[in-house]
Write a protein that binds this ligand. Structure first.
Ligand SMILES: [Zn+2]
Length: 311
């Protein structure tokens, strides 16, 4: 009988978190550390974290969520915001630290979507898009009630849907991607170019809430780009729900009020217009819970606990 407690790990550019998750969908022994700047410090820190979380309990499987791009087939990651890792064999490192367990790998935005669908604001949705608006814009899909990572493991990457071909140059090489309008740094940069002075998108949100018109326009512009991408995704996938998380979504009404206004204006088909948008409910736990969901599925389907699913 497999003991269905899994080790979940969520690796981002600024922090790495890990915890144990059981079928009750709660995170236990949750530990968060800052992501070191250099390899091998990142590897050492990750190994130390995994060892301390699994000190007393042997999990049945390990679920890893990582900033992308990820390559689940080969178990490697090349996170844009962790330059020290390029085609880094993350699954091998995890397997070497906590051996002889199935290890699954998923992109962090997909994990966040799966976590919200499993436990949070996406519960019960049949077709859901999860969006993370932060220093970038990521996304993940749940279709027919099941995670849809796609063949490469990167489906739903909403941040690089082009909403204006004549728009700003994006880090991906295209122009006018959602991310160039709606990410925190993009909104703050646009506001500064139009006379606002402040450190970041959090300050921008506070100023927008306080009535600063440039700050409000920056959020309105980001919200319109998100609305265009959401309308496109809803038309393509017949979505019944969109869940938006990430640091920028903490702006609350400053983001969600203009977003709903633009969605109402842009949704021209009845079926796409029925898509409802909710703020994420799980905060920093969404990625961990999504990674845990993957690992629990792997633990249930693994023929023997000693099988390594991804090497
Ligand atoms: Zn792009």
């Amino acid at each position: 009988m497999v003991q269905e407690v899994v080790l979940a790990v969520d690796i981002g550019g600024t922090k790495i978190s890990a915890g144990l998750v059981g079928p009750d969908r709660k995170v236990r022994r949750h530990i968060v550390i800052s992501t070191p700047a250099n390899e091998p410090d990142i590897g050492d820190a990750l190994q130390g974290l995994l060892t301390s979380v699994t000190d007393y309990t042997r999990p049945a499987a390990i679920g890893v969520a990582s900033a992308g791009p990820v390559d689940p087939q080969h178990g490697t990651v090349s996170p844009i915001n962790i330059p020290a890792w390029r085609n880094f064999p993350l699954v091998d490192l995890v397997s070497a630290t906590v051996p002889e367990l199935p290890v699954t790998l998923v992109g962090d935005a997909i994990a966040a979507a799966v976590g919200e669908h499993w436990v949070g604001a996406g519960r019960g949705a049949t077709a859901m898009l999860g969006i993370v608006v932060s220093t970038g814009v990521g996304g993940g899909l749940v279709l027919d009630g099941a995670p849809y990572p796609g063949p490469s493991g990167n489906a739903g990457h909403l941040g690089h849907i082009v909403v204006d071909p004549a728009g700003p140059r994006c880090s991906c090489g295209a122009t006018g991607c959602v991310e160039t309008y709606a990410s925190g740094p993009s909104m703050a940069r646009w506001a500064r170019e139009h006379g606002w002075s402040g450190p970041d998108a959090r300050a921008l949100a506070a100023d927008a809430a306080g009535g600063n018109t440039v700050a409000q326009r920056a959020y309105d512009r980001g919200a319109e780009a998100l609305a265009r991408a959401i309308t496109t995704a809803a038309t393509l996938c017949d979505l019944d729900r969109v869940v938006i998380g990430g640091g920028v979504s903490g702006a609350g009404r400053v983001l969600f009020a203009p977003l709903q206004r633009h969605l109402d204006r842009l949704s021209t088909s009845d079926f796409a217009g029925r898509t409802t948008v909710y703020p994420a409910a799980l905060g920093g736990h969404a990625g961990l819970l999504g990674a845990a969901h993957n690992a629990l599925s792997a633990a249930r389907t693994a023929p023997r606990p000693s099988d390594i699913l991804l090497r």
